[in-house]
Write a protein that binds this ligand. Structure first.
Ligand code: SF4
Ligand code: SF4
Length: 100
């Protein structure tokens, strides 16, 4: 029995916001979601699945926690509808100086 358990043991990690610290201060690019291209009816949630920091919500409309998004662009690369665009800067909603 112990051998069987050992055979099925796998290494896995579970992404969680904050593993890389608050990235809002140093991110160089920011994902923007086009909510017309990504609707609840046609959802796939691949962005949520692939985000290494677990900062994309599963509820619609999708939201990205920009305090912890590091701007890697994986979500934009994986989105089959091209609904996510990476824009230059660390843009946070409501930040008057969003291109810092
Ligand atoms: S991968 Fe694209 S289409 Fe799929 S849920 Fe994310 S933003 Fe929407
Ligand atoms: S750019 Fe996309 S995949 Fe990368 S951390 Fe931000 S939300 Fe996640």
């Amino acid at each position: 029995m112990a051998d069987k358990i050992r055979e099925t043991t796998i290494a896995a990690s579970k992404p969680a916001p904050g593993e890389a610290g608050r990235t809002g201060d140093w991110r160089s690019h920011t994902p923007r979601i086009d909510h017309e291209k990504c609707s609840q009816k046609e959802t796939c949630l691949l962005c949520w699945l692939y985000c290494p920091d677990g900062v994309i919500s599963r509820e619609f409309p999708l939201e990205i926690d920009l305090e912890y998004c590091k701007g890697c662009g994986i979500c934009a690369e994986e989105c089959p509808r091209k609904a996510i665009t990476m824009v230059e800067g660390r843009q946070i909603e409501g930040d008057p100086d969003e291109r810092r």
